[in-house]
Design a binder for this molecule. Structure first.
Ligand SMILES: C[S@@+](CC[C@H](N)C(=O)[O-])C[C@H]1O[C@@H](n2cnc3c(N)ncnc32)[C@H](O)[C@@H]1O
Length: 377
């Protein structure tokens, strides 16, 4: 039996059944043994899943373009910040920093780039990837938690596939009302049991979201996202918060067609239905409810500038011009084909283009900034 499994069973034996959120928190983040906190390749061909920075540098280059526009809306501050939450191995940071350094040196100088990453394993990898960027005028700083950030900063906070990796509560609509799903251990296996809601926020969540679950329907609620949003927005004096992830609005996510919810696991590029297999060795994730991020954002003083698909976001930022320019310039046929296929994956509906959404929120502007991605084509 794996050590991680043993530790979870031990906690259940001493405390009784645990919420699914607690189970997921341990399976992913238990110090040294959780999926993200343990060693081992996770993202990319030798890992369990791909993320956009692994598909092609064009993704990071488009984000860099977006940040440059935001920097101009902030009136070109001499000192400004980019904060990437859940920065993984640092590849996205590398693509963004490369692009700003080459194309927009006026914004690159004076930039402090923080990578917030809970996993010590990823923090080590980041140091290697990013050594070359630090200079007296541009600083790149990996940190373990948001508590290590400056109290107040001007700039852009952002994340790619962070929120979907937060532990989620799971609930079920029953005849007796909404119940939470707990994890127990009986007869040598994990079993799910219904119990009372563990937080008052769960009781009001669906009415606040203006949706009703169908009888028997299961759903996930990401309360950790609210806590993160509260802390992140609290650090922002003036600027933007950009969140990229798979998911949708509450209506999409909690529709009767998603009767079993959206929880799923990844192990060596295979979709695994059960979170009780490969504990500590497989990713567990759930789609993100962007309506809740917008509602909570308002609560914490953010302005919602808009929600759009990744396809539209990347197209508006000119990903196709980039492909065409590079192809005409210097790429050999095989490389050109590789680039075209990668960009297709990032923007096509059956790839990442429609499943992924981009939410942009702002703070501290008297007049709402009009970003190009929200202007009609
Ligand atoms: C799915 S991975 C995405 C990594 C990277 N952003 C990418 O696009 O390849 C999620 C990352 O978020 C990190 N993470 C999860 N919760 C976190 C938290 N509370 N603070 C900082 N990082 C966190 C995980 O350790 C992991 O590296």
């Amino acid at each position: 039996m794996s050590r991680m499994r043993e530790i979870i069973i031990q906690e259940i034996r001493t405390k009784g059944p645990i919420t699914f959120a607690r189970f997921m928190e341990m399976a992913l983040y238990y110090p040294g043994l959780g999926y993200y906190t343990g060693k081992g390749v996770k993202i990319g061909p030798a890992g369990d899943f791909y993320t956009s920075p692994d598909v092609h540098p064009a993704f990071g280059q488009m984000l860099a373009r977006q940040f440059f526009e935001m920097w101009k809306h902030l009136e070109r501050p001499a000192r400004w910040f980019l904060v990437e939450y859940g920065a993984g191995k640092g590849r996205l940071a590398q693509h963004i920093l490369n692009f700003l350094q080459e194309r927009h040196p006026e914004a690159f100088t004076g930039l402090t780039y923080y990578l917030v990453e809970i996993s010590p394993y990823f923090l080590e990898l980041q140091k290697e990837e990013l050594k070359k960027f630090s200079s007296p005028s541009t600083r790149v700083i990996p940190v373990k938690t948001g508590a290590e950030l400056p109290e107040k900063l001007t700039g852009c906070l952002f994340s790619n596939e962070l929120v979907d990796s937060f532990p989620v509560h799971r609930v079920r609509q029953t005849r007796e009302g909404l119940k939470e799903i707990y994890v127990n251990y009986r007869k040598n296996s994990f079993v799910e049991e219904e119990g009372p809601l563990s937080s008052p926020l769960l009781a009001s969540y669906f009415s606040d979201e203006d949706v009703a679950l169908a009888p028997g329907q299961e759903a996930e609620v990401n309360l950790a996202a609210r806590e993160w949003l509260k802390q992140a927005s609290g650090r922002l004096r003036k600027g933007f918060l950009l969140t990229i992830d798979y998911g949708g609005t509450a209506r999409e996510l909690y529709s009767p067609f998603k009767h079993q919810g959206t929880l799923r696991c990844f192990f060596k590029h295979q979709l695994i239905a059960s979170p009780y297999q490969n504990i500590g060795r497989q990713d567990i994730t759930a789609s993100v409810n962007f309506s809740a991020l917008m509602r909570w954002g308002r609560e914490f003083g953010l302005q919602n500038l808009g929600l759009l698909t990744q396809a539209r976001f990347l197209l508006k930022l000119g990903i196709l011009d980039l492909a065409a320019g590079a192809a005409a310039d210097y790429l050999f046929d095989a490389e050109r084909l590789k680039m075209t296929l990668a960009i297709k994956k990032l923007i096509m509906p059956e790839g990442m283009g429609e499943a992924f959404r981009v939410l942009i929120q702002s703070k501290g502007f008297r007049e709402l900034p009009r970003l190009n991605v929200f202007q009609t084509f």
